[in-house]
Ligand binder design. Structure first.
Ligand code: ZN
Length: 176
């Protein structure tokens, strides 16, 4: 996957994002293309776009780059793309892998998105005790994730997310 450099509104480099994310940011008018890949175009039925090598945010964002990303319930849901870690269905709740009653804490590595059914089923037990398996391991989001959260606080509600979570629908052919 091609990576696109993201500059803050003041031109300082922030991060890289996937080409797909860069295109979305430009289409949402959150960023402008500063530099294109010469001779490359993204084509779909509805549009043609230059392939952005560098984009710049229209609005200045403050990103806690050197800090760790603070934990939040919403952050856990966004990190896990609202998919239940136990069954893959839509998740609306946050589950503590090690329950709080057993000393589990509100941390990135101890919390996962879960559907209400699985959260209830697991109850006050560890996954092993409940006989449940995590489909993916929780992780602490990187600064790049924090950047995206800062850019798009309602990402979980926007149609954008369903688009991003289905890579096939963005199979824009790259034509030279
Ligand atoms: Zn579930």
């Amino acid at each position: 996957m091609r990576q696109t450099l993201v500059l803050n509104a003041g031109y300082e480099p922030l991060s890289t994002v996937t080409l797909r994310r860069a295109v979305v940011l430009v289409m949402q008018e959150k960023a402008v293309v500063e530099q294109e890949h010469p001779g490359l175009q993204l084509r779909s039925a509805a549009m043609e776009l230059p392939v952005p090598r560098v984009i710049r945010l229209r609005r200045y964002v403050r990103v806690p780059f050197r800090q760790r990303v603070p934990w939040s319930r919403r952050g856990v849901l966004v990190r896990d793309r609202h998919r239940c870690v136990y069954c893959g269905r839509r998740a609306t709740t946050v589950d503590h892998v090690v329950p709080r009653s057993r000393g589990g804490t509100d941390t990135w590595l101890n919390t996962v998105a879960a559907c209400a059914d699985d959260n209830r089923r697991k109850a006050d037990r560890t996954p092993a005790q409940a006989g449940m398996r995590l489909l993916r391991e929780p992780y602490e989001p990187s600064p790049a994730h924090a950047l995206l959260l800062a850019l798009d606080p309602r990402e979980d509600e926007a149609p954008l997310t369903s688009w991003l979570s289905q890579p096939r629908s963005l199979s824009l052919p790259l034509a030279a």
